[in-house]
Design a protein around this ligand. Structure first.
Ligand SMILES: NC(=O)c1ccc[n+]([C@@H]2O[C@H](COP(=O)([O-])OP(=O)(O)OC[C@H]3O[C@@H](n4cnc5c(N)ncnc54)[C@H](O)[C@@H]3O)[C@@H](O)[C@H]2O)c1
Length: 310
């Protein structure tokens, strides 16, 4: 079995595959053109979020039997088409959940205490202590949109820190803990913080749009560690300008290349000249622990598949 690694994975993943007898081509910076040209040479592919596997790649990959996505979202793979061609598609749904939940939690604390803004201010040689009075998150209401692996973990952590947790989800979880399931409009109306943890689907695209922002409390904080596109970035911009949204933390963007639209959000300042938006370049799952778990799970999936199909 010959596997193409299309995006970076831990060296231990490659080692585990090779030790199991799987031939590995580690081309973690492969371009879309190279992938299309060489796809027929492989029985398996490993991708993260960078590499796209559309129908034309699946058609070109005449020997392909399995695609493993190290991570959660499968939006970069044409899953239905792959399956229609007999290609298995797997992901590692829980391996990075805790890392993303911790980032979202960190963002809530960072927004409440304006930690990045303080750092930027001190880096500029300022001592604006009087302008940096923050708020506590304890006693505040966190509204989670999506209560799956990540939303559920964040709910538990936020409850432990004294937040009231409500959530909206299309399914009713078996163990919601202390979190309370409500309607989407109730999440909008009651939350001091809204954190998004749904996949990007037609039903979730622009879930936070102008109409949704209008239903929220004045001064709400928004955290998006889910997917760009779940929040309408222009509507978020307007809501930040009007003051409806006090601040936002964004890890994921509609266009994740260098985007001339993003500086627009990051250029927004409050009355004291502090950023209203803080953010990161899609680092939710990027922890040593999360990546180690992702890498181990990717190797396990491929080795199991290899042994079952020897
Ligand atoms: N920032 C990052 O690096 C990063 C890393 C991993 C995952 N993610 C994103 O986080 C999302 C959530 O991950 P997860 O592991 O918790 O997924 P999950 O599948 O465990 O949970 C998603 C939840 O959303 C719910 N949902 C689906 N459609 C909905 C709708 N229309 N309305 C309300 N709820 C709906 C589902 O019922 C489910 O409970 C992923 O889909 C991915 O887009 C981001």
């Amino acid at each position: 079995m010959k596997v193409l690694i299309c995006d970076p994975v831990a060296p231990t993943t490659i080692q585990a595959l090779q030790e199991a007898g799987i031939e590995v081509d580690n081309r973690s910076d492969i371009t879309a053109e190279e992938l299309l040209r060489d796809a027929a040479n492989y029985d398996g592919m490993v991708v993260r979020s960078r590499t796209k596997v559309p129908a034309e790649v699946i058609d070109a990959a005449t020997n392909l039997k399995i695609v493993v996505r190290g991570g959660v979202g499968l939006d970069n793979i044409d899953v239905k088409y792959a399956q229609s061609k007999g290609v298995s598609v797997c992901n590692t749904p829980k391996a990075s959940s805790n890392s993303v939940a911790e980032l979202a939690l960190g963002y809530m604390l960072a927004l409440a205490r304006r930690i990045p803004q303080s750092t930027m201010s001190m880096t500029a040689g300022e001592w604006k202590k009087k302008n940096l009075r923050g708020t506590e998150i304890a006693g505040k209401t966190l509204g989670l949109v999506g209560f799956g692996n990540i939303g559920g973990l964040l709910g538990k952590k936020a409850t432990a820190l004294g937040m009231n947790v409500i959530f909206y989800d299309v399914i009713t979880p078996a163990e919601p803990g202390d979190a309370r399931q409500v309607s989407l409009d109730e999440v909008f109306a009651q939350s001091d913080y809204i954190s998004l943890h749904v996949p990007l689907l037609p039903a979730t695209k622009n879930m936070l749009n102008a109409e949704a922002f209008a239903k929220m409390k004045d001064g709400v904080y928004i955290v998006n560690c889910a997917r760009g596109g779940v929040v309408d970035e222009d509507a978020l911009y307007d809501a930040l300008v009007s003051g409806k949204v006090a601040g936002a933390a964004v890890d994921v963007f509609l266009d994740e290349k260098v985007n001339p639209g993003n500086p627009k959000l990051f250029g927004l300042k409050d009355d004291n000249g502090f950023n209203k938006v803080i953010g990161s370049p899609h680092i939710g799952a990027a922890t040593i622990e999360g990546q180690t778990r992702v890498g181990a799970e990717v190797a396990d999936i491929l080795i199991e598949f290899y042994k079952a199909n020897l």
